[in-house]
Design a protein around this ligand. Structure first.
Ligand SMILES: NC(=O)c1ccc[n+]([C@@H]2O[C@H](COP(=O)([O-])OP(=O)(O)OC[C@H]3O[C@@H](n4cnc5c(N)ncnc54)[C@H](O)[C@@H]3O)[C@@H](O)[C@H]2O)c1
Length: 317
């Protein structure tokens, strides 16, 4: 039985991964400091005999090393996952994401755990000139501290793979949608519309083009790749086979909520510094393994809105 160690286990994607690993028969230890994670997301896992939770911060080397003991594979998902506010606290991405990844790798080395699976981001491509963007596209220029910190994490992992004989898989995700969604434009829009249904502030001019993926499709892809780890290091893009504009998404959200708010654009072709106006990843590498997304972006958006409407407590922060 594979013993899986999941950092960020109580988060949006981490908790879905925990559920997926448990249903595949893994023994799972979840590790989380609950800075953005929720105990409620682990309700199903707590009821499973193969799940254990260790509360802790990845910066706590002793706690991390001891919780990881006996694991076969580390799924490293904990991070500051917020791209937008990086410039307001320039150390946060470095400490949580880059140094945090280093701490995880060192705890693995001390525990003789050699397999790591890492949640990176399509934001590392910056403003890519090749679209759809493949894993080997040139992308020297970073436009957000978040993406820089994730790319540094990727670099550390590949160095540990080459230097210490680790095996690593990096997933570059587009934005995820679905149950337990806690951050992103749908969260902000639904929260606003429940309070003020007649108007909707929109960052940028609404023409930004983005790809998204339903979280359970993401987990299925991660599990598929992990069942045959590479000899050394591999990178996979993960996203849907389509993109939409922010205006498309607003149309789906508002018609689902049966509202017609007046849109108030902040203007410009992007929402904030570092917001890439066109994200669409080439996912032919993961698709060649037989994976495909089960939900369209529209279906993912609608499922997310439904989940938020059914779980309004999450909007209260
Ligand atoms: N959600 C997306 O659309 C998206 C897109 C690209 C990449 N990612 C990456 O996927 C991963 C999961 O993202 P998410 O959306 O589930 O975010 P999330 O904020 O819901 O989950 C992150 C989890 O990590 C925990 N955590 C944060 N810092 C920690 C620390 N120092 N020690 C221990 N635990 C800590 C949080 O409490 C939370 O449970 C992140 O690495 C994120 O960068 C997410």
């Amino acid at each position: 039985m594979t013993a899986s160690f999941v950092t960020g286990a109580a988060g949006f994607i981490g908790s879905a991964l925990v559920d997926g690993l448990l249903s595949e028969g893994h023994l799972v230890v979840g590790y989380d400091n609950f800075s953005s994670g929720r105990e409620a997301f682990l309700e199903k896992a707590f009821a499973h005999p193969n799940f254990k939770l260790a509360r802790g911060d990845i910066s706590d080397e002793t706690a991390l090393e001891s919780a990881m003991k006996g694991s076969d594979v580390v799924w490293h998902l904990s991070a500051n996952a917020d791209v937008r506010f990086g410039l307001e606290h320039p150390q946060k991405d470095l400490i949580e994401n880059t140094i945090g990844t280093f701490k995880v790798l060192e705890a693995m080395r001390r525990n003789d755990v050699r397999d790591i699976i890492f949640s990176s981001t399509g934001s590392v491509y910056g403003e890519a000139t090749v679209i759809p963007t493949p894993e080997d596209a040139p992308f020297p220029i970073q436009t957000s501290l978040y993406a820089s910190s994730k790319l540094s994490g990727e670099a550390l992992i590949s160095s540990y793979c080459h230097g210490y004989g680790f095996r690593g898989v990096v997933f570059r995700f587009v934005s995820m949608l679905g149950e337990r969604y806690t951050h992103g434009h749908i969260f902000d829009f639904v929260k606003h519309l429940l309070k003020e249904p007649r108007s909707l502030p929109v960052l940028g001019d609404g023409t930004q083009r983005k790809s998204y993926l339903y979280v359970k499709d993401c987990i299925e892809a991660m599990l598929k790749v992990s069942s045959k780890m590479p000899d050394c290091f591999e990178v996979f893009n993960l996203g849907a086979d389509e993109y939409c504009t922010v205006l498309d998404s607003i149309g789906w959200i508002t018609s689902f909520m049966k509202l017609s708010p007046k849109l108030e654009f902040s203007g410009g072709d992007r929402g904030w510094v570092g917001d890439n106006p066109f994200i669409f990843l080439d996912t032919s590498k993961i698709r060649s393994l037989g994976w495909s997304n089960s939900l369209s972006i529209r279906q993912g958006v609608e499922r997310t809105v439904q989940w938020l409407l059914d779980n309004r407590w999450i909007l209260e922060r």
